[in-house]
Design a binder for this molecule. Structure first.
Ligand SMILES: Cc1cc2nc3c(=O)[nH]c(=O)nc-3n(C[C@H](O)[C@H](O)[C@H](O)COP(=O)(O)OP(=O)(O)OC[C@H]3O[C@@H](n4cnc5c(N)ncnc54)[C@H](O)[C@@H]3O)c2cc1C
Length: 467
């Protein structure tokens, strides 16, 4: 039997009266905001299954946001309220591609929204990238944030100098973690294995490398201010680099102007003899990582800035090069989406191709019925947590519009889906199960004065969830 439709006096479109069943794949910010808008706007009954490959929700709010930025993680209180709605069911430890495919979901749900974020990292594609001692900043972030995927990673912190390729907020986050004394990190929810390793770390200098000039950095003012306010870290910027280019362009935001102004101040601030240093280099492009058994140096090409035909500031090599010593290299040049089996994927942009949230079939160029996308996997890895809210709302608006214009065929019920999950996945973690993990982590952290002591092993999480 199809969904029952009755006319709505306020709208020419019919109102859906049967529960609209939607699967939201990925319980990060985009997934939660999609749930929120479905609950608020569906013109009738709605049931949402929120699926995540991990037993824990919140995506990068848990595994990306830096451990010393606890207040930002307070946004999860909003997500808790959304999950508490009886129309939402959380299925943790269920992976699209491993346990379920898109055709399974389309058999059980009227529509699916993919909110899986960006799991991979961009590479430079230069010689020496595979040398030990070179890693993606995203792997380092996952490691210090107790993500199960990175829990067994090891980073050699025995040398004094780290180079971070990139000048965005992720680059500043990893630099801050490398330069912050262990006793300060020990008051955060950083993973135990990372705390132990960083307590032994000899890293005292981190150099950030920016391809273009100070006016083109991607980091934002509050993050730079936080570094500038540290009295245990010297910030070193060559004043010459500041002269080379401060081309802000006529449409520069006030935020950008303030970042450049602060960089100018820092470039002339005398060094204070701190034993930790953050060096910010501009107009340098890594061309190779060199070393024998491990990375020892980064070869960089100097660049100069020009405007291209569209007026965009681009970096062109000047022909001169330099070798920078490095005991650890982290590349913070962006996250990247991964393909989900059976779901279209744009390998160039690393996103699911879409038109305002409707998944597009790359062959026909038409929208695929009942499939939608939101968050980083929709628009690429940019924007803060809040950016995902209007993004997910736009997707849900498209979905609800389509469901009213083309009422979907009937689908199998929620009980049958629960049985499928039991057969396929074994240990599915409910929201109550996550709340037990949450409580256990908070209790473990309490005695050490930490906000929580995270589990990083999925088996440990499941044991607690099922206790
Ligand atoms: C290092 C770092 C620090 C950041 N710090 C801040 C900050 O301080 N403040 C701020 O506002 N923003 C910050 N951001 C940005 C913010 O985290 C993102 O905007 C936001 O998390 C993106 O949300 P999302 O839901 O699209 O993806 P994600 O948060 O990545 O969520 C995706 C979810 O999908 C799940 N998933 C993936 N694949 C599958 C699958 N196959 N099946 C089922 N589930 C799957 C994942 O487990 C995850 O839970 C930071 C980002 C990074 C990388």
């Amino acid at each position: 039997m199809g969904r029952t439709l009755i006319p709505d006096a306020r709208s020419p479109l019919p109102v859906m009266t049967d529960p609209l069943r939607v699967a939201v794949v990925g319980a990060g910010p985009a997934g939660f905001y999609a749930c929120e808008h479905l609950l608020a706007e569906a013109p009738g009954a709605v049931e949402v299954s929120l699926i995540d490959r991990l037993p824990t929700p919140f995506g990068l709010v848990r595994s990306g946001v830096a451990p010393d930025h606890q207040s930002i993680k307070g946004v999860t209180r909003v997500y808790d309220r959304i999950a508490a709605d009886p129309r939402v069911t959380f299925h943790g430890n269920v992976e699209h591609g491993r346990d379920l495919r898109h055709d399974d979901l389309l058999a059980y749900f009227h529509a699916v929204i993919y909110c899986v974020g960006c799991r991979s990292f961009r590479h430079l594609g230069i010689p020496g990238e595979a040398l030990p001692g070179r890693a993606s900043a995203g792997d380092f972030v996952g490691w210090y944030n107790a993500h199960p995927d990175q829990r067994t990673r090891r980073f050699d912190l025995s040398g004094e100098r780290a180079v971070v390729v990139g000048v965005g907020n992720v680059a500043l986050d990893v630099a801050r973690m490398l330069l912050t004394p262990a006793e300060v990190l020990a008051t955060t929810d950083m993973a135990d294995h990372a705390l132990a390793a960083l307590a032994q770390s000899n890293i005292r200098e981190v150099t950030l490398l920016g391809l273009r000039g100070p006016a083109q950095v991607a980091f934002t003012l509050p993050e730079l201010k936080e570094f500038a306010a540290r009295d245990d870290i010297d910030i070193v910027i060559d004043p010459q680099d500041m002269k080379e280019d401060a081309t802000l362009g006529p449409d520069a935001s006030r935020g950008r102007e303030q970042v450049v102004a602060l960089l100018n101040e820092l470039a002339v601030r005398p060094e204070r003899g701190c034993d930790r240093r953050l060096v910010i280099r501009f107009m340098v492009s890594p061309v190779a990582f060199t070393g024998d058994d491990r990375v020892r140096e980064v070869e960089v090409a100097h660049t100069e800035l020009q405007h291209n035909a569209d007026g965009v500031v681009v970096a062109r090599p000047t022909g001169s090069r330099e070798m920078l010593p490095a005991d650890l290299v982290l590349t913070a040049i962006g996250y990247r989406g991964s393909a989900l089996p059976g779901v279209p994927f744009d390998p160039i942009r690393g996103v699911i191709p879409n038109d305002r949230g409707r998944v597009i079939d790359p062959v026909s160029g038409k929208a695929r019925p009942r499939e939608y996308v939101a968050g980083w996997i929709k628009r690429g890895p940019s924007g803060v947590i809040g950016t995902n809210k209007p993004d997910a709302y736009e997707t849900v608006d498209a979905l609800l519009h389509d469901m009213q214009v083309h009422p979907p065929d009937p689908v199998l019920g929620g009980d049958v889906f629960a049985r499928l999950l039991q057969e396929r996945c074994g240990d599915v973690v409910s929201y109550a199960g996550w709340e037990r993990i949450n409580a256990a982590e908070i209790a473990r952290g309490e005695s050490a004065g930490r906000p929580r002591d995270k589990f990083s092993d999925i088996d440990d999480m499941i044991e607690v969830a099922e206790a």
